[in-house]
Ligand binder design. Sequence first.
Ligand code: C2E
Ligand code: MG
Ligand code: MG
Ligand code: MG
Length: 289
Amino acid sequence: HVKDNGRNGYGFYERGLTTGLTERMSLEAELRKVVERGELELYYQPKVDLLCARSAGCEALLRWRHPSLGLLTPDRFIRIAEETGIIVEIGGWVLRTACEAAVRWNRGGWADFTVAVNLSVRQFLGHDLAGEIQAILAETGCRPEWLELEITENLLLEDRDETRATLGQLRDLGLKLAIDDFGTGYSALNYLARFPIDILKIDRSFVQGIGRDESSEKLVRGIVSLARSLHILLVAEGVETAGQAAYLQQIGCHLAQGYLFAKPLSEEQLVSWYKQYRQQPLPGTLVEP
Ligand code: C2E
Ligand code: MG
Ligand code: MG
Ligand code: MG
């Protein structure tokens, strides 16, 4: 009797474990081929300038059009790609594709329309990232000022010589560096003085507290004055309501991104969004008199 229970329990556990493992192993095997199979896509989420109701470039967000599972967002596969190192190849594809798009947009008349690319810590280690980016810029004809790189606080907190050197080289190439999800890491603010940071992106957890809790509002105001005194540009992530946009505009955070303005869009959708937005800014953006 006791033995049976034990066997059942073990069997249940084992089944759960193998399902998870099998799934992960097949995703991993498929991930190794995503680039050659052409299954990756970039979506682009616009950033807007609340003051002059102008579009202020966009962020490239990765999607995997999986043959049977449909369109997957990064939470389904980025961790596996990072842990296996596949992210280095995928990240190269993302950089090249984003640069090609930036060239199309800027040559097509969208002046100084930037694209921001998210980078994983792994892309900085054991591989010449700055050299790779320099080659991609040269091959695509993308100007350095059209490309922004989004990194996370973790990368700076590890503070390796290798990372520090790479960030310096990227800066020398003329690229802008943004800290993503600002305020969610173990913020040791001294890194802001030690690294060449141009942009802070306020994490959406604070933005979404606007109008709901006072401590989020205080934090956001604190970040605004911090950024202002360090001459760092601010972008608010995850703006969903006109109230949040109005608050941000009022306290001096003029760049924003979020579902209020646009979700991540296919390139075709971005083109029509851009045309429409220029004619008639969406609610939440104020046109200066
Ligand atoms: P992130 O860089 O912080 O990107 C913002 C995420 O918030 C995106 O999710 C976006 O779709 C979502 N978002 C934007 N506006 C709103 C809003 O108003 N409300 C809410 N609730 N969400 C909003 P997504 O596309 O699923 O990407 C998730 C994360 O995956 C990104 O966070 C980024 O860290 C990572 N990621 C995306 N693309 C790449 C890539 O090419 N390479 C690497 N290494 N990571 C990537
Ligand atoms: Mg980002
Ligand atoms: Mg973010
Ligand atoms: Mg985020």
